[in-house]
Design a protein around this ligand. Structure first.
Ligand code: 13P
Ligand code: SF4
Length: 331
């Protein structure tokens, strides 16, 4: 029996007791087993409606933690590789964020908006300080909401998402602090954490100029974790689900250049044989790539003893407050 036969057999035996979720950046080897594929927002929205006893997240650890926060007490949440982390989440230490927020809030009401690419502890801090979370699909709505309900916003951890979102809302550079000056005495509208995704940092303006020269009739769409310099040169930007819809909506025969993780670009290429699709640059997420058929099978073969993804009750409650606010604001 092949690995694939074994996975399919377990899926068939467990039927509705098992639900496999996969992020768009997973490769096809994994995506074919998924009951539901989505971007971060779609995956978070899906969890509360799931009835399965076992939920397996084929994505990165913060996604599995968000699943554990939103699942009910009787459900068990797993990820095939616990070490499948995320650069952005690693660049946002909860303790430091808490210290900065406490100090910022001595004089003004500064609320945090955390990109979902953060730990459960950081999401809990957002709940505690009256803030919320966002994904790349709703960052504009969530930052607008936060600005309307505070004296200022600490947006973390992705500097590029923060700046691309600020630009969409018309926030001036003078109103933005990069946390590199006297943040406790000067009054800013937006405080931007200096995190980044090393996958999306690989996309450069030079790649865009290359395509503009070689394929002048191509449309270019990029993920907002790319730098503002790259986003400003593109025709459009958006979350992974927005990129998928953008490709679907282009007419037959069109040329599209995509600046995001390679597994998604390759899948879109296969699905849209009537369009010419090019990666802006070839770059994969090393964390997403840690999940493969072999470790998925090991997990499925030992569901009752495999280490579950757990979030302690207090963190869960506060993080739920932050996530529920996002789901409410973006209904
Ligand atoms: P989405 O919010 O588009 O799913 O992106 C998540 C992510 O990790 C991008 O690097
Ligand atoms: Fe994190 Fe970047 Fe990988 Fe997304 S692509 S999971 S932001 S490291």
């Amino acid at each position: 029996m092949t690995l694939s036969d074994k996975i399919l057999k377990i899926k068939d035996e467990l039927k509705d007791e098992l639900c496999i979720l996969a992020h768009h950046y997973q490769n096809d080897e994994i995506v074919r087993y998924a009951n539901f594929i989505g971007d971060s927002l779609e995956l978070a929205r899906k969890v509360p409606s799931l009835k399965a006893k076992y939920i397996v997240m084929c994505g990165v650890y913060f996604m599995a933690e968000s699943t554990a926060i939103l699942a009910n007490e009787s459900q068990q949440v797993f990820i095939p590789v616990e070490k499948a982390g995320c650069t952005l989440a690693d660049l946002a230490p909860a303790k430091l964020i808490e210290i900065i927020l406490t100090k910022l809030n001595q004089k003004r009401k500064i609320i945090p908006i955390a990109y979902v690419n953060t730990s459960a502890k950081v999401k809990a801090i957002c709940g505690e300080f009256g803030g919320s979370v966002c994904t790349s699909a709703n960052s504009v709505t969530m930052l607008k909401w936060a600005l309307e309900n505070s004296d200022g916003v600490l947006f973390l951890p992705d500097r590029n998402l923060a700046l691309n979102t600020a630009k969409a809302l018309g926030i001036d550079d003078e109103e933005i602090s990069y946390l590199d000056d006297d943040i406790f005495n000067k009054k800013y509208k937006l405080y931007v954490w200096p995190g980044y995704c090393d996958v999306h940092l690989n996309f450069r303006q030079g790649h865009i100029y290359h395509f503009k020269k070689r394929k002048p009739d191509a449309k270019i769409i990029v993920h907002p974790e790319c730098t503002p310099e790259v986003v400003n040169e593109a025709d459009a930007w958006g979350s992974t689900s927005k990129i998928i819809k953008y490709v679907q909506n282009q007419p037959k025969g069109s040329k599209i250049v995509i600046g995001t993780e390679l597994n998604l670009v390759n899948r879109l290429k296969k699905q849209h044989g009537d369009k010419e699709i090019f990666p802006l640059h070839t770059t994969c997420c090393k964390y997403m790539e840690m999940i493969n058929e072999s470790n998925l099978l090991s997990l499925l073969e030992s569901l009752d003893t495999y280490k579950q993804v757990k979030v302690d009750t207090k963190t869960k409650e506060l993080a739920r407050v932050a996530i529920s606010k996002m789901l409410d604001v973006c209904k």
